[in-house]
Design a protein around this ligand. Structure first.
Ligand code: NIG
Ligand code: FE
Length: 419
């Protein structure tokens, strides 16, 4: 591999989210601290952050290309730890049904929702699926996402789930400068052909899909939609245990529509994260407090489906580790725009700007186990960075919810151009 040209960014107004040696996600009160350095420089070598410091101690880097940022701020790119960007088609017809008063669950029960996406995906070629997912990946990259987790779950039969996971693997090799994690979500919905034979579908997942996915090395994690009308606690437990024996760590979609027991089943299976959490009781909070599991909140989903928002403020006050992600998918969140997630976290969940930025960068990186590569300004991490436009302060970022305040996105040391 050829060495990339080194680049020295100078006159950075504020270098945001500087961390060295952080070993675990930020929890509780620690989430309100966001270390920054004013009037800074940053040296990037071979696509990685090699050093940084204050402008009054600028190193002698003769021959290195310099770029004067004229006081603009720099921060790490977003780490979006929960998405479903491999899908065949959008579902705006269901959006219109909801506008007329039908609920997400009613639409799902009548064969819409995830099953609608599965029907379309099964009829879409792998190549076409790749091209559509790639377009979304490039879209979110241009919005500042520098690492992303992507789930299967719109196939719901072995071949179609494998097809989705191969698309993720191809994205991962094509865009290797951007950490991508892959999650098997076979338990996303009971497919129509198993409607009255649920336990046979669970058998198919545990006995056929998981071993195949593991054999082909196609997934880092196994996720389950543990929710009223979808998968029960017992079914989720069986699936996560089978996945663990095949080396896949757990993630859970929990408590989006009601208290589902999903948090507890996730914690009991040492899940990396439990995600959604619009509904939370004391027992759920206690379970998370005594665990390493990250609470990942997805406020764009609550926005789009008109749900109650997760209680981000309360979860942080209780001392939990909170991450933020987009949940980009065709049914409940047709958006991967992380700056909007940031604004919703502050406005609707009462998180502070510092907490929200921590949740969407370093805690997101822990939620997809890439914190050694991204999520903060740290020596040796990937130079996946955002150069901001001329903004007055950090708090301006979630405040200006409609303003496009990202100037340039750098991935692996290169500023990306519109592809
Ligand atoms: O995270 N909750 C389950 N899965 C997605 C929605 C899937 C869909 O409607 O297509 C979510 O919200
Ligand atoms: Fe999701």
């Amino acid at each position: 591999m050829t060495m990339k040209q080194a680049i020295l960014l100078t006159h950075i107004g504020k270098l945001i989210q500087i961390r060295e040696g952080l070993q675990s996600p930020l929890r509780g009160r620690d989430m309100s601290e966001l270390p920054t350095l004013d009037n800074a420089w940053l040296l990037i070598e071979n696509g990685e952050i090699s050093d940084y410091g204050s402008m009054d101690q600028l190193p002698d880097t003769k021959g290195v290309k310099e770029r004067n940022l004229g006081g603009r701020m720099v921060m790490p790119a977003w780490v979006d730890s929960h998405t479903h960007i491999v899908y065949a088609q959008s579902r705006e017809e269901e959006f219109v049904m909801r506008l007329k008063g039908r609920s997400y669950e009613e639409i799902a029960e009548s064969g819409g929702g995830i099953l609608n996406s599965a029907k379309k995906l099964r009829n879409t070629s792998e190549e076409e699926l790749y091209l559509r997912a790639k377009k979304r990946l490039l879209e979110v990259r241009s919005l500042g996402t520098g690492a992303i987790e992507i789930k299967s779950g719109y196939g719901l039969d072995t071949d179609s789930e494998l097809k989705m996971l191969r698309v993720i693997a191809r994205l991962r090799s094509e865009y290797s400068e951007m950490p991508i994690k892959s999650t098997f979500l076979g338990a996303h919905a009971i497919p129509a052909e198993f409607k009255n034979r649920r336990s046979e579908f669970i058998d198919l997942i545990t006995e056929e899909m998981i071993p195949r996915v593991a054999d082909e090395g196609l997934a880092d994690y196994c996720d389950v939609f543990c929710e009223r009308g979808f998968f029960t606690v017992e079914e989720s437990d069986r699936i996560l245990k089978a996945a663990a024996t095949h080396g896949m760590r757990a993630k859970v979609h929990a408590n989006e529509l009601a208290l589902s027991g999903g948090v507890q089943v996730g914690v009991n299976n040492e899940a990396v994260s439990v995600d959604h959490l619009e509904f939370m009781g004391e027992e759920e909070i206690r379970a998370l407090k005594n665990s390493e599991t990250i609470a990942t909140l997805l406020p764009s989903t609550a926005f789009f489906l008109n749900l109650e928002y997760a209680e981000g403020r309360k979860l942080i006050d209780e001392g939990l580790a909170v991450a933020l992600a987009s949940d980009y998918n065709p049914g409940s969140t047709p958006s991967g725009r992380m700056p909007f997630v940031l604004s919703l976290a502050c406005i609707k969940m009462r998180m502070s700007p510092e907490e929200a930025i921590n949740a969407a960068t370093i805690n997101g990186a822990f939620a997809m186990e890439v914190a050694d590569r991204c999520g903060s300004i740290s020596r040796g991490k990937l130079a996946n960075l955002l150069v901001l436009k001329d903004v007055p302060s950090l708090s301006f970022l979630p405040y200006a919810f409609g303003t496009d305040w990202i100037d340039r996105v750098m991935i692996h040391g290169d500023f990306i151009e519109g592809e």
